[in-house]
Design a protein around this ligand. Sequence first.
Ligand code: NAP
Length: 536
Amino acid sequence: MQVVRERDALVIGAGFSGLYMLLCLRDRLGLDAEVLEMAGGVGGTWYWNRYPGARCDSESYSYCYGFSPELLAQWEWSERYPGQAEILRYLDHVADRFDLRRSISFDTKVVAAEYDAAANKWLVRTAGGDAVRCTWLITAVGCLSSANVPDLPGLEGFAGQWFHTGLWPQEGVDFSGKRVGQIGTGSTGIQSVPVIAEQAGHLTVFQRTANFSIPARNAPLTPAFKQHVKDHAGAIRALMVSTPNGHPFAINPRRVFDVDAAERERIFEEGWARGGLQFRAAFHDLLVDQAANDEAASFIKRKIRAVVADPATAALLADIDHPFAAKRPPIDSDYFEAFNRDNVRLVDVRADPIAAVTPGGVRLASGREFALDIIVFATGFDAMTGPLLRMDIRGRDGLALKDAWAAGPETYLGLQVAGFPNLFTMTGPGSPSVLCNMPVAIEQHAEWIADCIAHVRARGLRTVEATVEAAEAWGRQVAAAAAATLLPKATHSWYLGANVPGKPRVFMPYAGGMARYREHCAEVAAAGYDGFALGG
Ligand code: NAP
């Protein structure tokens, strides 16, 4: 192994987080910083997830960086929710505008990183066999970037084509005239079904868990609305940083049972008409009071039954086993409507699980077979910990991250792991990340990390490391924040790691809200980085 270069700082990943982290380290702190990115371009999630219908569920004008007023003023989104191609154009634009590309090594996959205590350096190894040494190592690998393909017997012998939505071919997939089977009905599957249904000869949707979904009500943004966003940019950003989820709309302060049944219905209808994640903001107790949540759930189930013509299909789609929004609530464009098409059928694989992939298609446990040309795995990700653990990261005394996290991830603020000095995990487990509009969470992390590094350097120190006590205490706070909500009631969600066989069941994101988390991180910094050991 050859050490090819030395850097002050290395960032792993060139998505939303890596790009801004690079800008903070290189242009604000003046460090010699480099990003290592396994893809051939910037974009992270938006580079890989090119599946049909891929679109963000945050409102476009809030799904962007806020650090540059000029960038905010100049970039114009075309639709209410940005599609994958438009977000990728935005991130390409950011990379060019801030001259970031010259500090990014593309097609460079990190496979391992080891801390050398004597030198106080991280040695980062790439799949190409190179090694780069750095003082500061920041992972910006995303929360949903490690594709989860179920281990189905026979897949390797499938005669047709198969794809995971998170590793979609850049050239696209031609579905015309094809018999397509899609496994998975999460946010991804719910977006892809209507688009694939329009293109394919026939689409079979294999549903294991029925899911809530809210109509997105996507539409082009009007010139008047674009102007409104520009004129009120400051107020919009202020609202975004004050809300628990980082979105640009407030949550109704009323509780579900503060109003009578007719008023409740009117408010739900209003939220339904506004669409998207704004429905969840219809009342403020939907995620903390089961009875309140039941009202929202029953409203949505009625809507599903009203849309889907075939009663048996409608019943299956509305047979939802978890509280509304306890799993990430998908938003859709004509998902339930797609089941009224002649070329779409729904198959219940909870009652009759998929037993195997055969050369000609899929076989269920009952022996029922489905002939398929293409299988689409919309089966999600080994979330949050997966992208970190697929690298062999070793801290003090060779401690492997996978061993440190054998019982589930433990971090301090989702930012650091005890025993791994100078390693920062952007939007790591234990931070709000996926429960927040991601760019808001990302900017806070990048700025906090840059300030922390600047603080350490300004004092002539060389290391910062979360203490075991602080990490344990934070772990208790993360668990308590989740327990105060209905989120853990979705016992099979990826928030809990339940979608990956053998993964420890730990509620991973911090559910106490982005605004509270931001305040807490600021207090920690103001107290001289309380809970972190700063070393010479
Ligand atoms: P997901 O929410 O984990 O959904 C995976 C789906 O695949 C579930 O329906 C799951 O069923 C099913 N599945 C997995 N293994 C299976 C098997 N062996 N047999 C049958 N079904 C199987 O993954 P995702 O839809 O990719 O979404 C992940 C996250 O990405 C979202 O929650 C969201 O945070 C983000 N996302 C966001 C957007 C957006 O912004 N609009 C779009 C896409 C994704 P079970 O539920 O029974 O496990």
